[in-house]
Design a protein around this ligand. Structure first.
Ligand code: SF4
Length: 305
């Protein structure tokens, strides 16, 4: 069922009024947003919770207060500053993006989503959210929270996991986003999805949209499909490789800047138990991938960030 267009203004006004009273005031949401701060926060928010980003962002900005400072920094210092955020490759992508913006665009974040998508670490979602948050334009931003709320207010949903197709959700976005205030709108709808219209237990009774939402008080949890088999993550001794990668980078953050040998790194990051031949091969592969991702440097048998 298509969105009742007559109601889109009603939905919009209700969401914005609710946000004015209940919205979160994260450090990257100010009345005069700094585009560099928004860029850094977007990278940080890609796989890290907002509360953690709120804690780490000021520390990062103290070390790299401007696009120029970040662009001219050494990559190992950027990885060190990313400490506690996980997924260290995001730090490198951010660093590369800052360098390109500095060199190619004179330090100004492009205002077109097509140009942004060319930058490292910026996909369709991030390109639209940067345009929306930095330039306040009505680009459609569809994160998991926005998708859920749009699906539920546009058509009667009974399963908590149900949602509409991307093209329908995009159409809803085009209809409902205020032309002159894309940034506030997305902050508002994301907050509503995160705190009220939640995935499993929507709090319809406290929702500003309850009067006209076709899914209100109608939701039941869909049991997970036990038939679907998830491909296991590559792991070692029961721990996923991505966590071992993080441990290796963590050890290097605090190691002698001249480097550490493979054996010493294995002992510190993995285990003090002597490695078998298979363990050694696994560790070499892990290091090769980290080197390929430019998170570590191997020179004369010494490893550094
Ligand atoms: S009324 Fe319920 S289902 Fe509808 S938007 Fe609000 S919380 Fe979500």
């Amino acid at each position: 069922m298509p969105l009742d267009f007559k109601n889109s203004i009603w939905f919009r006004n209700k969401v914005l009024k609710w946000y004015a009273a209940e919205g979160k005031s994260w450090p990257w949401r100010t009345s005069q947003p700094d585009q560099y701060v928004i860029l850094v926060s977007e990278f940080m928010l890609q796989q890290t919770q907002a509360a953690r980003v709120a804690e780490k962002l000021p520390i990062f900005l103290k070390l790299f207060p401007t696009m120029q400072k970040l662009a001219h920094a050494k990559s190992d210092s950027v990885i060190r500053a990313w400490q506690g955020m996980g997924y260290n490759s995001r730090a490198l992508r951010l660093h590369e993006t800052a360098q390109i913006i500095q060199e190619k665009y004179g330090g100004v974040v492009p205002s077109e989503s097509a140009a942004l998508k060319e930058l490292p670490g910026i996909g369709p979602y991030a390109s639209n959210s940067l345009v929306s948050f930095i330039y306040n334009l009505p680009n459609v931003v569809l994160d998991v929270n926005v998708r859920r709320v749009y699906s539920r207010i546009a058509s009667p949903q009974t399963e908590t996991q149900g949602k509409l197709s991307d093209s329908t959700l995009h159409e809803i976005g085009v209809t409902i986003i205020p032309q002159l205030n894309g940034a506030i709108w997305h902050h508002a709808i994301m907050d509503l999805g995160a705190s009220v219209c939640t995935a499993r237990n929507p709090r319809c009774a406290s929702c500003p949209l309850i009067k006209k939402c076709p899914s209100a008080l109608n939701m039941r949890t869909k049991l997970p499909n036990t038939q679907t088999t998830k491909r296991p993550e590559p792991s070692f001794n029961g721990t996923p490789n991505r966590l071992w990668r993080g441990k290796v980078v963590e050890v290097l953050r605090y190691s002698n800047p001249t480097g550490i040998t493979t054996t010493a790194l294995y002992k510190k990051a993995i285990t003090t138990k002597p490695p078998t031949k298979t363990d050694k091969e696994w560790f070499q592969n892990l290091l090769l991938k980290l080197e390929r991702d430019r998170l570590i440097t191997v020179r004369k048998n010494l490893i550094t960030l």
